[in-house]
Design a protein around this ligand. Sequence first.
Ligand code: MLT
Length: 412
Amino acid sequence: MAYLNDHYFKLKAGYLFPEIARRVRAFSDEHPDLGKALVRCGIGDVTEPLPAAVIEAMHRAVDELAHRETFRGYGPEQGYEFLRHAIAENDYRKLGMDIADDEIFVSDGSKCDCGNILDIFAHQNRIAVVDPVYPVYVDTNVMTGHTGPADEFGAYEGLVYLPCTKANGFVPEIPKQRVDLIYLCFPNNPTGSVATRQQLQVWVEYALDSGAIILYDAAYEAYIVDPAIPHSIYEISGARDCAIEFRSFSKNGGFTGVRCGFTVLPKSMAALTSAGEKKKLHPLWNRRFSTKFNGVSYPVQRGAEAIYSEKGRQQVRTLVSHYLGNARILAESLRSTGLEVFGGQNAPYLWVAAPSGYSSWQVFDKILRDLQVVVTPGAGFGAQGEGYFRVSAFNSRQNAQEAARRFKELRW
Ligand code: MLT
């Protein structure tokens, strides 16, 4: 008989969002009349249609596929040159960052890349994650066998947890013990916090001094409105030698269902073989792409390219302001009830402190039961998330206003 990957049995309770969906379904089944009025502020999924420039580009690309002369089969696994160039030029070089076209790897999304990147790293790395954390970083390490079992609080043996609390502004401090891979995410999911240039400089210097690698998830960079906050880790000098960046078209262009993102892996980055020899990472990631992936579809890549056109940029700005407008409406309403609210200014997520005495799942249940609003319990993101809940601003304006109206009725 065949053998299973035992590491999957260490995973806690199922991925957070399916668990929330299960509880919401159970509530709706018990209260079919109330279930209909649900307002979902849980998962960070976009609600607004794709930008018109994207739609037009995708239509044109589909038409090309309809004719023998312009038909395309397999594309380059790492992405079409037109998109790699548009990304490197607009997101990096025009802003003063030295990133070459072939350091961009176009993929089906940053969530996938955050998990897939582990293919090129060894098992003996000590891995640091922030707490609260986007569960994908932790669960993919568990699945790969990089951890021991979880304790009663859901913390996995072998991982180094970096607490992000109100006291440190939800930006982690350098750990006391040595770590080799460090996941950072700014603007942060779930806390909505951002890191300053100085804070990121400290991390880059730590990585350069210790030979560690930063896995920098910048999926929400489009939400940064404060001009002093870096959008990319490569705005920090030295980062080309120690950081891999993950980006997404999901949260700027609304591609959560369309699927397209990219990884930036500078050719200068190196790490050790088990024999202690220093080798470059870029050829390994390139090899992984060529072997396990056949590239993102042509119409989708044309759609992503359109995000960089003049019209596309304007339409993305409108989308982002829409969601940030929702964040303001939701934050004002929650604050008016006396709750302490973080994030939401340079990020689409609000991180809200629950009233004392309430666990975050209790708050989730109460808000679901009393208001028929779905939020995300902070504990689902790690031990430091206990006592908090996350409110997503990804919604129609009507739904955000309705949720804001209902939040005002909260009685503890
Ligand atoms: C979330 O709600 O945290 C998001 O859906 C994360 C993601 O984009 O995968």
